[in-house]
Design a protein around this ligand. Structure first.
Ligand code: DC
Length: 223
């Protein structure tokens, strides 16, 4: 393990439970939590607000130089404005995969993501282990069946007071899986060194407990 604090990465598809688990692990390890999906969501929101379509263009590359994203205490700020809730709207849900597939977008965000790991990190996303932090101390891949992930998202929306239709959520999950795994640039994939955990049928406590043990073992071995 490096002296700066561990770098632990969690990759996996939408709804696999990465966020809740990553926050819990970051607390246990005493390092910051980095939600890289929130960064891609902020970019998508900015482009949408400025009418810039999801295709590589001079306009898009100029915009990437202007965007200022800050992350503090689990809040996300886009050019100084708190967008923590706005980046989770169905509109941004439907747009984000399109922007995340553009190589210049991914390149522009690479340095920013690595900067956030200066003092160690638990970072979650799709290409943490394969591209952003290939030398991470621990790599985890979380997954669950599409039906289970859709069910979780459906219940989350209902408990947040948002109208939700399970079949529609399942179609969204499947479409996002297709886009995230089939794009040419940094597709979602299992890194060969990753510990893979299927969370279907497991409670959050069971997942966190399993991963705490695995992370402890892997960090202990590398120390
Ligand atoms: O984890 P999430 O649902 O908030 O991610 C939003 C989108 O961003 C999703 O379509 C995948 C994409 N993403 C990505 O391409 N690479 C990352 N490291 C994180 C998210």
């Amino acid at each position: 393990m490096s002296p700066r604090g561990p770098v632990v990465v969690l990759d996996g598809p939408a709804g696999s439970g990465k966020s809740t688990v990553a926050k819990a692990l970051a607390r246990v390890l005493g390092v910051p939590h980095l939600d890289t999906g929130a960064i891609y969501r902020s970019v998508a929101l900015y482009m949408y607000q400025h009418g810039i379509p999801a295709e590589d263009s001079d306009e898009l590359r100029r915009a990437l130089e202007e965007i200022v994203i800050e992350m503090r205490d689990e809040r996300v700020f886009l050019c100084g404005l708190d967008v923590t809730e706005e980046i989770r709207t169905p509109k941004v849900d439907s747009l984000v995969s399109g922007y995340a597939a553009i190589p210049s977008v991914r390149r522009a965000l690479l340095g920013f993501q690595r900067d956030q790991a200066r003092h160690g990190v638990v970072a979650e996303g799709r290409d943490m282990g394969s591209v952003v932090f290939p030398d991470a101390d621990v790599k985890i891949f979380l997954t669950a069946s599409p039906e289970e992930r859709a069910r979780r998202r459906h219940l989350q929306r209902i408990s947040a007071g948002v109208q939700s239709d399970y079949d529609e959520v399942l179609r969204e999950v499947q479409e996002r899986d297709r886009l995230d795994t089939q794009r040419e640039c940094s597709p979602l994939q299992v890194d060969p060194g990753a510990f893979v955990l299927d969370t279907t049928g497991l409670s959050l406590d069971q997942v966190v407990e399993t991963l705490e043990k695995e992370v402890g073992m892997r960090l202990g071995k590398g120390a």
